[in-house]
Design a protein around this ligand. Structure first.
Ligand code: PLP
Length: 396
C-alpha cells in the first residue's frame, strides 16, 4: 500500500518520547518531562488579544498564499531591525510553522543525487526532509571539545561536486551551540567560493545567553545574502508553537517556487495566527526578555546539577533551551540483569526507573548523549536532577 517515500520516513523521535511520557502521565505516573521542545511560558496577552480581534473582525478566510502583506512587512522590519538585512515582500514566504518553511525549501531546492551537508548533532527533521526530497544528507560530526560546532575546514572537506547546500542551525537544537560571527564568516566564505547554498535556521535567535551577539550569516555581504535562505518563526521566541507561523527569506526565484509548492498543499497559513504574529513581531518584546532571563537561571541550575552526577558531563550551552550532556561513562553499565547499551536504553531506563523523560542523543546523531530541555519549572528541574542522580546511583 505504501510508497517508497513513506516507507523511508521515520516519525519524529522527540515526539515519540513525549507521547510515551504523556501516556504514562495519563495513567497516573508522576513524570518530570525534560523531553519537551517548546517554551513552557504562555503566549503573551497582547498576542492573544490580536488573535481574538482577528476572529471578532471576521478575519477568518483564505489569505494570500504566502502570507498577508502586513505580516510580510513586519517580518521585513524585523530583519532590518535585528539582522541588518533588507528584503522585499517577494523574498519572504510565511508558512505553517518553521518546519513547514524548511519542508517547502527542501521540495523547491533539492533533486535526487544532490548532497546536503548537515552537521551532527542535528535537528531530527533535517535529514528526514532532505531524504524526502530525494537528496542525500551528508553528516560531518562536530566535536564536543569545540562546543558541538563544525569549522569552515570541515565544511570544505565534505563538499563534493554534488553538494547543493549546508544547513547551519545556530543557536542549535539539540546542543545549544552558538557559532561566533567569525566562525560563520569563515563558513560563508567557503560556501561562496564553492557555490554552495547556505540554509540558516535561526529559530532560536532570541534565546541566547551571556550577552553574546547574534549575527545572521546572511548579513555578511550582498553575495552571501544571495546564496542564503534564512529560516525563522514565532514558535520559540514568542511561545507560539501551537499557532504555526514560520517564515523563510531568500532569493526571489526560490521563494516563488516554495510559494507555488505551498499553494498546492496547505495554501495560506492560518489567517488568525498571521494577525497574532504581526503583534508578536511589532509589539512589546518585554515577555521575550523575561523568558530569556528565566531560561538563563535554569540553564545554570541544570548544568551544575548534571555535572554533580558521577558519570555525566555537561558543557554549558550558549543558546536555545536544551542541554546535551555526555553519558558515555554510564553506557554498558547494568541495572539488574539489563545492560544499558545505548543512549536510547539510558533514556528508557530514566523514564521507567526515575520517572524522568529525556530524549536519547541517538535521535540527533549524538550517540553518547541525551537531550534535556529546561523549558520546565525550576522545581521540576531540581526534582528531576535528584531523580536522575538517584537512578544513576543504582547502575553498576
Ligand atoms: C522548533 C524548531 C523549528 C520550528 O518549529 P515550528 O514550530 O515548526 O515553527 C525549526 N528548527 C528547529 C531547530 C527547531 O527546534
Amino acid at each position: 500500500m505504501l510508497s517508497e517515500r513513506a516507507k523511508k520516513i521515520k516519525p519524529s523521535p522527540t515526539m515519540a518520547i513525549t507521547a510515551k511520557a504523556n501516556e504514562m502521565k495519563a495513567r497516573g505516573f508522576d513524570i518530570i518531562d525534560f523531553g519537551v521542545g517548546e517554551p513552557d511560558f504562555d503566549t503573551a496577552e497582547n498576542i492573544k488579544e490580536a488573535g481574538i480581534k482577528a476572529i471578532k473582525d471576521g478575519f477568518t478566510k483564505y489569505t494570500a498564499v504566502g502570507g498577508i502583506n502586513e505580516l510580510k512587512d513586519a517580518i521585513i522590519e524585523k530583519f532590518r531591525r535585528d539582522n541588518d538585512l533588507v528584503y522585499e515582500r517577494s523574498e519572504i514566504l510565511v508558512s505553517c510553522g518553521g518546519k513547514h518553511s524548511i519542508f517547502n525549501l527542501c521540495m523547491a531546492m533539492f533533486n535526487p543525487g544532490d548532497e546536503v551537508i548537515i552537521p551532527s548533532p542535528y535537528w531530527v527533521s533535517y535529514p528526514e526532509m532532505v531524504s524526502l526530497a530525494g537528496a542525500d544528507p551528508v553528516i560531518p560530526p562536530s566535536k564536543e571539545e569545540f562546543g558541538f560546532k563544525i569549522t569552515a575546514g570541515d565544511v570544505n572537506e565534505y563538499i563534493t561536486p554534488a553538494t547543493k547546500a549546508v544547513i547551519i542551525n545556530s543557536p542549535s537544537n539539540p546542543t545549544g551551540a552558538v557559532y561566533t560571527p567569525e566562525e560563520l564568516k569563515f563558513i560563508a566564505d567557503v560556501c561562496l567560493k564553492k557555490g554552495v547554498f547556505i540554509i540558516s535556521d535561526e529559530i532560536y535567535e532570541k534565546l541566547i545567553y551571556d550577552n553574546q551577539p547574534f549575527v545572521s550569516i546572511a548579513s555578511f555581504s550582498e553575495d552571501v545574502k544571495k546564496q542564503t535562505i534564512v529560516l525563522n518563526g514565532v514558535s520559540k521566541t514568542y511561545s507560539m508553537t501551537g499557532w504555526r507561523i514560520g517564515y523563510a527569506a531568500g532569493p526571489k526565484e526560490l521563494i516563488k517556487a516554495m510559494t507555488d509548492i505551498q499553494s498546492q498543499s496547505t495554501s495560506n497559513p492560518c489567517s488568525i495566527s498571521q494577525k497574532a504574529a504581526v503583534e508578536a513581531l511589532n509589539g512589546s518584546q518585554d515577555a521575550v526578555e523575561r523568558m530569556v532571563e528565566e531560561f538563563a537561571k535554569r540553564r545554570n541550575k541544570i548544568v551544575g546539577g548534571l555535572n554533580a552526577i558521577k558519570g555525566i558531563k555537561c558543557i554549558m550551552p550558549k543558546g536555545a533551551f536544551y542541554v546535551f550532556p555526555n553519558v558515555r561513562r554510564l553506557l554498558n553499565k547494568r541495572f539488574g540483569d539489563k545492560v544499558i547499551k545505548t543512549s536510547t536504553d539510558f533514556a528508557e531506563f530514566l523514564l521507567d526507573e526515575a520517572g524522568v523523560a529525556v530524549v536519547p542523543g541517538d535521535a540527533f546523531g549524538g550517540w553518547n548523549y541525551i537531550r534535556l530541555s529546561y523549558a520546565t519549572s525550576m522545581e521540576n528541574i531540581e526534582e528531576g536532577l535528584k531523580r536522575i542522580g538517584d537512578a544513576v546511583g543504582k547502575l553498576e
